[in-house]
Structure formats: structure tokens, C-alpha cells
Ligand binder design. Sequence first.
Ligand code: DX5
Ligand code: ZN
Length: 213
Amino acid sequence: MIKISPSMLAADFTKLGGELADIERAGADMVHLDVMDGVFVTNISFGLPVVAALRNVSTMVFDVHLMIVDPEKYVARFADAGADIITFHYEATKDTAATLKMIRDKGVRAAVSVKPGTPIEEIYPYLDLCDMVLVMTVEPGYGGQELIPETLEKVRKLRAEIIKRGLNLDIQVDGGINDKNAHEAIAAGANILVAGSAVFKAKDRKLAIDALR
Ligand code: DX5
Ligand code: ZN
């Protein structure tokens, strides 16, 4: 089944709780929370207090995407703040295996992400420790960019590797996903689609989510 994870980065920040309730009503399977530190990426978004505040008003699956340096210093706190899935960047940590284990030890689903320029093969040694892999389809940092088509080749390779090894893990794509390219991402092997602009900027968010699925 294809799951849709709308990114709150494209929501109206003056009413985050209402926006979250709205995408749940519209049929979102989970919600994607983009944490940016101004160091790993140039942009700064929101952090722990916002995740914790939203946790108080929602039972949705919180899919937290950490675009921060030294994620190992923060994963336990994001777990305590209410994350159900924590994704960090392969490029941002000194110890991928230890960070994945730390997340799982907190009872949270663990995921690693690669930027468009990072060969997907580099994370193959860690697949046994992952519940999900996030293949970035844009350079992380900003919403509203266009999908880089070459990144879908990495999704294809990863899906083939997962099948070859008999693993059971999700492949998420994030960045520039819309109703025109969603089928290509799914055909390549992705089963969780993140979408910011395509959901939040749509007139009818339920139709937008259905179209992506
Ligand atoms: C980009 C973020 C994405 C972003 C997606 O760095 O990781 O989650 O919000 O937004 P759209 O779907 O608008 O590209
Ligand atoms: Zn994201």
C-alpha cells in the first residue's frame, strides 16, 4: 500500500494544530516534520518544542526528518517529544549504525536518508538496522523545488537490493513529489511519498492526497 506523508513545512505556521487535523481528515497516513538546523542545510525550520506541542493534540504517526548535524545528540530527545519514525542524514553523522540503533532502542522506527549526490550503495551495509530509507528527490533545505529525475534510479537500485536480500523496509521519497510524477516514484519502488506543496497548496487536500496515492 502506498502511504502519503504530507510535510508540515508547507503548512500555515500560524495554525499548525489545525493544519495537522486537516490533513488527517483529508486521509494522510502520517505527517512529515522537517527539522532544519541552519548548519546541515542553510534553512532553519522548527525543532523539539513544536514536535512536542503537536504530539499533545494528535495521535497521527509522526515522521520526523532531521536535517541537522550530529543527529545522534538529538534522536533520544525527538523520540521523547513523540516521534514515531526518525530519519537522519547519512552525510550528517559519524556513526550511522550507532545512530540507527539508538533510535530503535527508544522504540522508534529508524531511517537513514541520502542526499541526491550520495550513491545509494553507501548505505547498503546498514539496511539490516533500518525500518525505512529516505531517498531525497531534491537537495534538502527547502520545500517547493522540482524533483531531480536521476534520484529515482537510486530508488530502483535500492528496491532491487531489498528484494534480493529479502528485507522488509519502506522506501520514502521526499521533495518535488506531485500528482504528475508520483507514479514514477512508485514504479521505481517507493512506497511512502512525502508531499509538502502538492498537499498543502491544493484547493482540496483530500483530492490531492488521493491523486498522489
Ligand atoms: C525538503 C524537505 C521536504 C519538503 C518537501 O528539504 O525535506 O520534506 O518539505 O516539500 P515539497 O513537497 O514542496 O517539495
Ligand atoms: Zn523532509
